[in-house]
Design a binder for this molecule. Structure first.
Ligand code: IPD
Ligand code: CA
Ligand code: CA
Length: 270
């Protein structure tokens, strides 16, 4: 079985475990703030994914949100090292923990593989809709076996946008400024509570574009390769190409990318 098939199988099993605990009691902790939640299910999901990947590929490198590479400079240093590895698995064990905690659908498992810093495969599984999104470099993007592509809408006023409210307060404030800027210019704006799900929705043409400040590589990696393979464009908010260090993201069908960039705030272009 190849990397992609293994990732799909693991994401499906982790998703089923998470969904089986929806609405049950579990321990919830706040990380950096009351916006930033983690549950014992996030940790259990990451452990399961990590163990399954290590069983298959003991020599590969693993980067999961919860095991934490540390923060700040320590994180950047470790990511620099990891991004030089021939096989780096990048995992968000539950993307959309707030939805999960509030007993709502809209949480996903996100697994990506990068080879020396280049994304080669990505899987996003939504256990509530049973939608499995995947992409592999040069092979296209799919949902449940059906090829997907980005939308062909080329006017912002006909575009449905997605965004998120990041845990970092500064990033959240800048994102809200963009929301103010964009709200009169597009059809409408959704915030679905999972960055990975919204990136998958851009790849499948449901959303025309998505932006968010202050994300991490585990939120974005799988979604980015999906969009690239579905014909879309992903950059940072200053228009530079996406890489594993990108925190402020604009992802689109390509046609509305420039108008989106024009509405981004220059304040935290890292
Ligand atoms: C969060 C979700 C949310 C986004 C936040 C992320 P988590 O991830 O993707 O949609 O707005 O910025 O931190 O904490 O649920 O894995
Ligand atoms: Ca996340
Ligand atoms: Ca998470």
């Amino acid at each position: 079985m190849n990397h992609l098939e293994i990732a799909k199988r693991i994401a499906r099993d982790a998703g089923a475990m998470i969904k089986s605990r929806l609405g049950t009691s579990y321990v919830t902790d706040e990380k950096s703030s009351s916006f930033d939640l983690v549950t014992e299910i996030d940790r259990a999901s990451e452990l399961m994914i990590r163990q399954r990947i290590e069983e298959q590929y003991p020599e590969h490198t693993f980067l999961g949100e919860e095991e934490s590479f540390g923060s700040g400079e320590r994180f950047v240093g470790r990511l620099e090292q990891a991004s030089a590895e021939p096989f780096l698995w990048i995992v968000d064990p539950i993307d959309g923990t707030s939805n999960f905690v509030h007993n709502m659908p809209g949480f996903t498992v996100s697994i990506a593989l990068a080879c020396r810093g280049e994304l080669t495969a990505g899987v996003i599984y939504d256990p509530c809709s049973d939608e499995m999104y995947w992409a592999a470099k040069g092979q296209g993007a799919f949902v449940n076996g059906k090829r997907i592509s980005v939308s062909n809408v080329d006017r912002l006023e006909q575009t449905l946008l997605g965004t998120g409210f990041p845990t970092d307060e500064r990033a959240r404030a800048v994102g809200v400024e963009c929301l103010g800027e964009l709200s009169g210019k597009c059809r409408s704006i959704r915030s679905l509570g999972s960055a990975a799900l919204q990136l998958a929705y851009v790849a499948s043409g449901k959303l025309g574009a998505y932006w968010e400040y202050g994300l991490n590589v585990w939120d974005t990696a799988a979604g980015v390769i999906l969009i690239q393979e579905a014909g879309g464009t992903v950059t940072d908010t200053a228009g530079r190409p996406f890489d594993l260090f990108t925190k402020n993201i604009v992802a689109s069908n390509g046609f509305v990318h420039q108008p989106m960039l024009a509405c981004m705030q220059p304040t935290i272009h890292a």
